[in-house]
Design a binder for this molecule. Structure first.
Ligand SMILES: NC(=O)c1ccc[n+]([C@@H]2O[C@H](COP(=O)([O-])OP(=O)(O)OC[C@H]3O[C@@H](n4cnc5c(N)ncnc54)[C@H](O)[C@@H]3O)[C@@H](O)[C@H]2O)c1
Length: 275
């Protein structure tokens, strides 16, 4: 029997066919889940076209910076799914391009605010609205993060702070929602060639791969396993875990043995800290 037969999932973050959220959507549908996809206004056409590939999938607009749109998206999801939600997937991130080009030291107040509002606070805002829909039967919330939260990855800059905040939010949400039988986890993916990733120069990455060229199941299958709450020897059957999933099996595309840089500037060569 499919792992998610009849489960109801709400997915934020599909932009186009390259999106990690789209790979997750296909995997969840393949396991029998019913889907609602949200879209940012400028992505409507792409998301509608993709949604048509999965019969029964509904699409609704939602800019996560707008509380009114978040309220409307969850109200509409409740109507579509008869007041119930099993899975919420958060694949949303953004930072202004200048914040990813300039030195971290030059991070602006407004750039910091935008990056953390969209990429971090949105998870809390979504979880609060998902709770009433998950209250009766419990549920799972899953966010996408990146290992720059733990190690310095030059140019990831304020997004690294946003991801560290996201991971911390996962733990606090898991602590509070656990008693309601709602699990909260994050998958830390390797570098992939998506729309969001194109804004980053990724000097620390040897090569970036597209989801089409890797086995996208490397990312989507762990998501299915976590959302299905199946017991697994590798993945958490609990809450608040951050699971690292490289985009290739053998390497996460960092230079071998190097886990972080102590500093990087034109005047001081980077000093890799080896594992
Ligand atoms: N691509 C990678 O290498 C990589 C690695 C690790 C983690 N991630 C994370 O995976 C998630 C999905 O990103 P992706 O790489 O698939 O890129 P993507 O560009 O396909 O997805 C990012 C999504 O964020 C949405 N978004 C941005 N601002 C928004 C707003 N104000 N309101 C609503 N939606 C908004 C975009 O519409 C888009 O759908 C992100 O959290 C990203 O940080 C990506």
């Amino acid at each position: 029997m499919p792992l998610l037969e009849g489960k109801k999932a709400l997915i934020f973050g599909v932009a186009n066919h390259r999106s990690i959220a789209w790979a997750i959507a296909q995997a969840l549908a393949g396991e029998g889940a019913r889907l609602v996809l949200t879209y940012q206004d400028r992505m409507e056409k792409y998301v509608r076209d993709l949604a048509e590939k999965i019969p029964g999938t509904e699409v609704i607009p939602c800019d996560v910076q707008d509380d009114g749109q978040l309220d409307a998206a969850f109200t509409r999801t409740g109507e579509i799914f008869s007041g119930e939600l099993d899975s919420l997937i958060h694949c949303v991130a953004f930072a202004p391009a200048s914040e990813l080009e300039n030195p971290f030291l030059e991070t602006t107040r407004s750039g910091f605010h935008t990056a953390l509002d969209i990429s971090t606070y949105s998870l809390i805002a979504m979880a609060r609205r998902a709770k009433p829909l998950m209250q009766a039967k419990g549920g799972s919330i899953l966010a996408l993060t990146y290992m720059a939260s733990e190690h310095v990855m030059p140019k990831y800059n304020v997004m690294a702070v946003a991801k560290a905040g996201l991971e911390c939010s996962v733990r606090y949400l898991a602590y509070e929602l656990g008693e309601h039988n709602i699990r909260v986890n994050a998958i830390s993916a390797g570098p992939l060639n998506t729309l969001a990733a194109r804004g980053i120069s990724w000097p620390h990455v040897v090569s970036r791969v597209s989801l089409a060229s890797v086995n996208s199941q490397l990312i989507s299958h762990p998501c299915v396993a976590i959302l299905s709450r199946a017991k697994s020897g590798i993945l958490p059957s609990s809450s608040a875990a951050i699971s690292h999933v490289p985009s290739r099996v053998k390497s996460c595309l960092l230079m071998p043995g190097i886990t972080s840089w102590e500093h990087e500037s034109p005047h001081h060569p980077a000093h890799p800290r080896t594992s």
